[in-house]
Design a protein around this ligand. Structure first.
Ligand SMILES: [Zn+2]
Length: 308
């Protein structure tokens, strides 16, 4: 009897990395990691480098996709018109290109479950931003034990916990209403706010950091202005074209996506903060847009006034 030249052994890290094709559960986990990375990148502070080695989540998801994808798809697949035979995204730039050029249900190295709302792009353009699908998947990835909760609840989970820990769970709805009314705050407004209580809970740096983040310079105009949308009340993105500078709203369902309505214009020197992206998309935008619709329906038509 001869010795087996290839004896079986306990799996190594290499075996784990090159194992069976992704099943549905692993595909779902990986798409959650990609979505969370995209969301993280979209709000990355300008003063912090985002370079190799990437922050842990971004690096982990790249490793999972690039290494396994390369080994499982050695023949390559068509990714974008400008790179004809890219076998799999191997860099963060490749991964981002895949996010805006190909719907996730067409990613060949994933086996996402059918019949669920897992179709579409993770990154949308004009202006470039994480899609609503991306924000939903990122939230669900961040809260794997709370899949049954609504997106609004998931977006405010940390703030709600803080209210419960403080002994004021009943004060939470007041915070929600307050947030909807105040999507953008200056540093001075925040300083005054920290002298107050909302729903019985003292406003602290911890609560502010859960709810708000500093407005990134991508929202600054060339003249250092920051404009707020006249419909949803969220910060607009400046766009530069042949006819000068204009504004775009990045809220998915906002009427300003078709025809922008510029509201208040503020200055960079105010050191503005705005609600964190999932909060503004899933908590603030809806009620504000409904209120905007109602008020425009009730507003007297100038033409009708003339006719009367
Ligand atoms: Zn808007």
């Amino acid at each position: 009897m001869t010795d087996d030249p290839f004896p079986s052994s306990a799996p190594t890290a290499f075996d784990h990395a090159t194992g069976e094709a992704y099943d549905e559960a692993e595909s779902r986990r990986i798409i959650g990691m990609v979505a969370a990375t995209v969301a993280q990148l979209a709000d990355w502070p300008k003063e912090e480098a985002f370079s190799v080695p990437y922050p842990p989540l971004a690096q982990r998801v790249l490793d999972r996709i690039a290494l396994i994808g390369v080994l499982r798809h050695p023949g390559g697949f068509h990714l974008t018109p400008y790179r004809e035979h890219l076998s799999c995204p191997r860099t963060l730039a490749d991964l981002m290109a895949l996010c805006w050029s190909s719907p996730i249900d067409a990613w060949p190295f994933l086996s996402l479950p059918d019949g669920e709302d897992l179709t579409g792009l993770l990154v949308e353009l004009d202006p470039i931003r994480p899609s609503k699908l991306c924000l939903r998947l990122a939230l669900k990835f961040a809260h794997p034990d709370a899949h049954d909760r609504s997106l609004e609840r998931l977006a405010l989970l940390e703030a709600r916990s803080l209210y419960e820990e403080s002994g004021y769970p009943g004060g939470f709805p007041e915070l929600r209403e307050w947030l909807i009314a105040h999507p953008v705050l200056s540093s001075q407004e925040i300083a005054f706010l920290k002298l107050e209580r909302i729903g019985g809970v003292q406003v602290t740096d911890e609560l502010i950091n859960i709810l708000y983040l500093r407005v990134h310079e991508r929202y600054f105009s060339l003249t250092d202005e920051i404009a707020v949308c006249g419909h949803c009340g969220l910060v607009l993105v400046p766009v530069r074209g042949g006819s000068g500078e204009g504004w775009q709203c990045e809220t998915t369902q906002c009427r300003s996506r078709r025809n922008v309505l510029v509201g208040a214009v503020r200055h960079v020197a105010e050191n503005l903060h705005h609600a964190a992206r999932p909060i503004r998309e899933f908590v603030i935008a809806g009620p504000r847009l409904r209120a905007s619709e109602d008020s425009s329906r009730q507003a007297p038509s100038p033409l009708r006034d003339v006719e009367c």
